[in-house]
Every structure is written in C-alpha cells, then in structure tokens.
Ligand binder design. Structure first.
Ligand code: AMP
Length: 407
C-alpha cells in the first residue's frame, strides 16, 4: 500500500536541509543536508530509517543542483525511500520572511511566487534561496504541490504599537520597516505542545516561549496568539545570541563608522557582518559562539567567557520580565532549541531570582539529562517552567498538510 509523505525543505543561504515524513504517522523516513553550496568543500550528508548516515564531498554549484541530488537519492532504487512522485502529497518549504503579505502558510501559485520576490530585499540571504528551492522542486517533482511556511507568519498577530518602530512613519508605509519576528514555527510548535502538557486549552493560556539556539528569540503569547517578540525587522534584534549583538543603541553604528571610516566606508555589508557574525557570545568572549565551549571556558576561569554568558542570560531575563508585565502574568515559561533544551546552567541562571514573578526552578529536575519534554519548575512555582524540544520540520509538515487540505 502507498503511504503518502510530506517532504520538508529548508533552503538556507548556502545549504539545503530536508526531512521526508509519513503523513499520518508523522514518522521521519529520510533526512539530510547539503552544505557549503557553491564552495569547494560542498558535501551531501543523508540518512534514512533503512540506511546509515553517509557523507560525500562533491561539486554542488547551486540550490537547484542540491535539490536534484536530494531527489535523486530519495528515488534511488537501492537506498531511496520513494518509488514515484505520487507518494509525495506535498512539499513544505520553510521561508524566512513573509513580510506583511503572508500571515499564514500558502499553497504556491504563480502569484505567490511573484509576491515572494518582493521580500528579497528584506531577507537577501534567505528568501532568494527559498525561492530557488521552490523552482527546483517544481522542476524535479512536476505536479507535486508546494506550500510555503513562513518564519514570520506566527508573529503577524502583534498589535501595531508592538510592531512599529518610532522612526518617521513613511519608512513603514513605503519601505515596510517594522518588527516582523522570526522562529515563528518553533514558537508556534512549543506553545501548542505546552497546552497539551499543561492539559489546558491554548485559548486560556498566557505563555512566554524562549527559543535559545545559535539564533535566539523570546515571544509573548496570549490565547495562542503572539503579542510581542524580541526579534525585529531582521533576526538581529532582541537577546544576545551566538554571533549577533541583539539590542544595542543604534547610535553606536554611526559612531563606529566615524572612527573607522576606511574599514566601513560605504559598506553596509561590513557593518552587517560586525553585528551579525562577529558579536554576541563570540564578540564578547573572543573565543566562541558555541555555548558548550563558553561554559567549559567559564569552568576553567575564563573571565570574558563568564561575562558573555552573564550578558546573554541577563538579556533573556529582561525580556521574560518585560513580557510577564505585558501579559499581566503568565501560566508557562517554555525553553527550547539547542541551548534552551540542553543547558541547565543557562536555564538556572536565567530563572534565578525571579521568585517575584512566581518562577522557581527545581534544581534536580533542571539538571536531569533528557531529550524529552519535561517540567522543571518546583512544586511551589506558580508558573510552570517547561523544556520542550522544538520540531520545526514536523510543524512545517503539519502546516503544509492543513494548507493542502484547505484548498
Ligand atoms: P541550535 O541553533 O538550536 O542548533 O543551537 C545551537 C546552540 O546550542 C549552540 O550554542 C550550542 O553550543 C548549544 N548547545 C547544544 N547542546 C548544548 C549543551 N549540552 N549545553 C549547552 N549548550 C548546548
């Protein structure tokens, strides 16, 4: 019997990640990544329920070639997981930026593709790659519908006073400069899981979701709808991240420019690199963007690693406290993503001295190593603190299916 599947595709600026899932059971069938597209060290790493991990270095010039490679592997007679196109019910594409036009997932049409192009300028590294992925899938899987699932869509419920920036209004009207927020699929997924874990309808809950990975963001969610989120017009705003500075006084940039005119002359690229790639944990510690390395360094007495760690935790604590006020109290505080799921040290530091907000973490529960969803708050804690492994692929698969069925 033919089991219908969903293919989830995530095209980054130089990578293609994919997961093939069964529609009903939601089981992962095959998954992998093509990395360093266009570079000499390009490789393809893949695995399936029936095959062990395999990694090959090869020439992969662009996203189209990467997708052709993936599809060829999925259809391979010996190691593949699919026999013909009709087994794939839908392809779900993760798309970085949906701007103001896309407040929910959409089935791809010619009009949708045209609209997507409008946001190339806002997300120049990601949206063109996402678009290339859609075209490549259309070519290699003719007749299979594609759905776009946007990182920004879940945040489109924010009120105007939360998403506007206090700069002249024309930049909003003409150039769409406003807060959009990112990691929406992850915040959406963990908030839904939190409702299930708390055995309560999402409509009755006030939650703060903390996605802490290489990129990090915090969201305030009331009745399943985002009220505010820490990332902004781009993913640079908000809490301190692996290599991103998060919130800084914008006046710092022209000030730096005036001192280093040669280095940054007319180059928004160099300034963007400074703030996006050289700041955060890496910039402060001078050591690494990787929280595991930072924590190891703290244990061997590295003062700048300690400062970077404390700054990151403090910035998250401030957002939690602010959103607690915005929501007028919360029922649940959720930690997710690489750091949020795996670092008791970070969670403990962030939640320390938040008793006034009814947030108390049980140190034993917090230190328990696990990859499962788990409650880490003490029995006295008014707010339930929960660790929930995120699953963006599953969420994209579900959204794609819902979107397809709704047509
Ligand atoms: P992500 O972007 O969600 O993949 O998360 C990547 C981040 O998670 C990196 O900073 C990793 O150092 C961090 N991370 C993963 N495992 C651990 C761990 N056991 N302890 C601390 N940080 C971790």
């Amino acid at each position: 019997m033919k089991i219908l599947k969903v293919l989830v595709v995530n095209c980054g600026s130089s990578s293609v990640k994919y997961t093939l899932l069964e529609m009903v059971s939601e089981k992962k069938v095959a998954w992998g990544i093509v990395e360093c597209i266009g570079l000499s060290e390009a490789y393809y790493k893949r695995q399936s329920v029936n095959t062990d991990e395999k990694k090959d270095y090869m020439k992969i010039a662009n996203h189209r070639e990467a997708i052709e490679l993936v599809i060829k592997n999925l259809f391979d007679e010996k190691v593949g997981s699919i026999v013909d196109n009709s087994e794939i019910a839908v392809v779900g594409h993760r798309v970085a930026h949906g701007g103001v036009k896309f407040s929910k997932s959409v089935l791809v049409t010619e009009k949708v593709k045209e609209d997507l192009k409008e946001y190339f300028a806002i997300a120049p590294l990601h949206n063109p790659a996402n678009y290339a992925g859609v075209l490549a899938i259309e070519k290699v899987l003719p007749g299979v519908p594609s759905v776009l699932v946007f990182d920004t869509a879940f945040h489109q419920t924010m009120p105007d006073y939360a998403y506007m920036y206090a700069i002249p209004y024309e930049y909003y009207e003409k150039d769409h400069v406003r807060r959009y927020g990112f990691h929406g699929t992850s915040h959406n997924y963990v908030s839904q899981r939190a409702a299930t874990i708390l055995n309560e309808s999402l409509n009755k809950l006030k939650l703060i979701t903390v996605h802490l990975g290489n990129g990090s963001s915090v969201a305030a969610i009331e009745k399943g709808k985002v009220v505010d989120t820490s990332m902004g017009f781009t993913p640079l705003q908000g809490v301190i991240m692996g290599t991103r500075c998060g919130d800084i006084d914008p006046a710092i940039i022209p000030y730096i420019l005036s001192f280093y005119p040669q280095q940054y002359k007319n180059s928004s690229d160099a300034l963007n690199t400074l703030m996006n790639k050289k700041s955060g944990l890496l910039g402060i510690s001078g050591l690494s963007a990787d929280m595991r390395i930072i924590i190891k360094a703290i244990k061997s007495g590295n003062k700048r690693a300690k400062l970077a760690f404390e700054m990151l935790c403090y910035s998250v604590k401030k957002y939690i406290s602010a959103y607690y006020g915005v929501l007028n109290g919360i029922d649940g505080l959720i930690f997710t993503a690489g750091i949020g799921e795996n670092s008791p040290f970070v969670r403990e530091k962030i939640c320390a001295n938040l008793h006034a907000l009814g947030i108390e973490v049980d140190s034993e529960k917090n230190n328990l190593e696990s990859s499962e969803e788990r409650l880490i708050s003490s029995s006295n804690s008014k707010v339930k603190v929960i660790v929930i492994p995120t699953n963006e692929e599953l969420m994209i698969a579900r959204e794609s299916k819902i979107c397809l069925d709704g047509v």
